[in-house]
Write a protein that binds this ligand. Structure first.
Ligand code: URA
Length: 268
């Protein structure tokens, strides 16, 4: 991993988590003298790479082209003009083997035109059993995070990139994500939220094409655009990750405060 691409704040977090709680050495170091002594390396001229779209205020590029044939899901998704229609189309879609092993399709839950639409990765075991998104341990943490900024399930809409539970909670394959992205994009258009909250790296890369990892992608406002509309979007850590890595909860808290602030601006 190259040190120069790291977010200083994330590095500081990491040092703190790793137990480095002092920023001093035993003897003082004069960094000015040290840097003067260092010969300037002669580097070849490199054109700076463009800023990733997630950090810009400009609209995101259109949905990434699937790397595999999407089995016509884009055309299918476009055919839905209501959430009910979309749900039926997805239920009838047999182009993915996950449907055979899952118990229930987990379409989505919540209100239309909500304050926030939350998109996760894929249903877990409990979600598969109940057919409702985020009702397991991750969902319980998500509920607490929402409550901390005055939101609950009557004010949000929750869904996932995949509607079917991958066996043994495995990560969805690239092909599976490519198949279902057109459905979740249509889902967002039909739900018409004020804000889009993407939880975890899978949701971010599926919806925006940005693959730099959630630690760098989180905590920055961007604009999510589709053919028909655009809206402010924010990425944050997935609650399942926070359960495994509680030290990152404070970063997620910052993201949720940003969300709260943006909502109060939009509702002013
Ligand atoms: N994790 C997800 O990404 N979605 C769910 O619905 C549950 C767990």
């Amino acid at each position: 991993m190259s040190g120069d691409s790291l977010d200083p704040l994330a590095m500081l977090e990491w040092y703190q988590t790793a137990g480095a709680d002092e920023a001093t050495a035993q003897d003082p170091v004069d960094r000015f003298v040290a840097s003067e002594k260092k010969a300037e390396p002669v580097l070849p001229a490199v054109r700076p790479s463009p800023e990733p779209m997630l950090f810009s205020a400009a609209p995101l590029p259109p949905a990434p082209r699937p790397t595999v044939a999407d089995a016509g899901t884009r055309a299918l998704a476009r055919g839905a003009s209501t959430l009910e229609e979309l749900k039926k189309i997805m239920e009838n879609f047999d182009g993915c083997s996950l449907k055979a092993s899952a118990s229930h399709m987990v379409f989505g839950a919540g209100v239309e035109n909500p304050e926030v639409m939350i998109v996760g990765e894929a249903p877990g075991t409990e979600e598969d059993r109940q057919g409702i998104p985020f009702v397991g341990v991750s969902g319980q943490l998500l509920d607490k995070m929402l409550a901390s900024i005055g939101l609950d399930r009557t004010k949000v809409y929750i869904s996932n990139i995949l509607p079917w539970h991958p066996p043994a909670n495995r990560k969805p394959s690239e092909e599976e994500v490519a198949l279902f992205v057109p459905f979740i994009r249509r889902h967002i258009v039909l739900v018409r939220p004020k804000i889009l909250l993407m939880l975890g790296g899978s949701a971010v890369s599926a919806l925006t094409g940005v693959t730099q990892g959630i630690t760098r992608a989180r905590g920055k406002w961007t604009v999510y655009s589709d053919e028909e509309f655009s809206l402010p979007a924010l990425a944050s850590f997935h609650p399942a990750f926070l359960l495994r890595t509680p030290a990152q909860k404070k970063m997620a808290w910052r993201d949720f405060l940003m969300l709260k602030q943006k909502l109060s601006e939009l509702n002013a």
